[in-house]
Design a protein around this ligand. Structure first.
Ligand code: UDP
Length: 313
């Protein structure tokens, strides 16, 4: 049985990855410090003998007994309000945490896949974003703590690959959604859906002309699974290239939820909020034979009952 360590296992993406690797017949070691994750996301795995859980902060030395075949590093605060509240932890998990896990990968002769982000492109001047674009990041702005931590994560991962010959994979994840997102994590999708369910104003920041491209988590997990098993060590974008303005997205959510009390309210645009974002996924198509299968509308329908339950709870 192959053994995989997943950091950020109690988070939104980490927990879905745990499910996927369990389904594929792996022994999964989940690690989290529950800074933003929740055991609710993985409690169904605790009875399984194929699953182990360690409560640990990966920015401190990481010890895992036994062999490891794969490491997936998904620990990090990931929503803008989280990393604004926890700037130092965000920098530490992206920098020190990644260093520790690369060291572990080297010691265990394991292949490691690290979670990077579309934020490495910053407020992009090239559209859509291809992997060879270097980005437009403000290192001293509020988002710098996340963007630069992830840029460092990529740099140190490449260094371990080039200098130590560690088998590394880098995924650049674009906006993703689905069940197990925290409803109060401040990201646009959980914010809009819960506001619409409660019949409150949907808080559109700025004039809502900024764009994002939303990928359903099942597609994302499939892309990551394929990338891990590929032989490509350079960064690969995984996301859904269908782009929408935030204002149109608010209207779409109002229609989906169907609460006549929901309406749009405007709030100031946060500092350095990227104006446009859309992945160019030609590389993933070519190398992994991957592209999203679930439309935004379908994904939203599949996620709605989760959000309704959470808001009601
Ligand atoms: N946004 C918004 N209202 C909200 C939360 C976010 O209009 O209540 C906007 C935000 O300004 C950004 C986009 O939605 O332009 C996506 O924000 P999110 O925090 O989900 O993630 P980002 O893609 O910026 O990392």
């Amino acid at each position: 049985m192959k053994r995989v360590l997943i950091t950020g296992a109690a988070g939104f993406l980490g927990s879905h990855l745990c499910d996927r690797f369990i389904r594929e017949g792996y022994h999964v070691i989940g690690m989290d410090n529950l800074l933003t994750g929740s055991l609710d996301n993985i409690q169904h795995l605790f009875p399984l003998k194929e699953f182990e859980y360690y409560h640990h902060d990966v920015s401190k030395f990481v010890h895992v007994p036994g062999t490891l075949d794969y490491i997936l590093h998904f620990a990090s605060p990931a929503s803008p309000i989280d990393y604004l509240k926890m700037p130092i932890q965000t920098l530490k998990v992206g920098a020190l945490g990644t260093h520790n896990l690369l060291g572990l990968a080297k010691a265990k002769n394991a292949r490691i896949l690290v979670a990077s982000t579309s934020e490495v492109y910053g407020d992009p001047l090239v559209h859509p974003q291809k992997e060879d674009y270097w980005g437009n990041v403000n290192p001293v702005g509020p988002r710098g703590v996340y963007d630069e931590a992830k840029r460092f994560l990529e740099a140190i991962t490449m260094a371990y690959h080039n200098f130590h010959g560690v088998e590394t994979r880098i995924v650049r994840i674009f906006n993703t959604f689905g069940p197990r997102m925290r409803i109060n994590d401040g990201r646009v999708l959980p914010a809009f859906i819960s506001q619409a369910i409660r019949g409150e104003g949907l808080t559109v920041f700025g004039d809502g002309s900024q764009t994002r491209s939303f990928c359903f988590m099942e597609d994302l997990v499939e892309g990551i699974y394929r990338l891990l098993h590929s032989d490509h060590h350079l960064p690969v974008n995984i996301g859904n290239p269908r782009e929408i303005s935030i204002l149109d997205f608010a209207k779409e959510i109002i229609e989906l939820v169907g609460n006549p009390k929901a309406k749009i309210v405007y709030k100031p645009l946060p500092v350095d909020d990227p104006k446009i974002r859309q992945p160019d996924i030609s590389k993933a198509r070519e190398i992994l034979g991957w592209e999203p299968k679930v439309s935004r509308e379908e994904g939203l329908k599949k996620s709605l009952s989760y959000f309704q339950e959470k808001v009601g709870a």
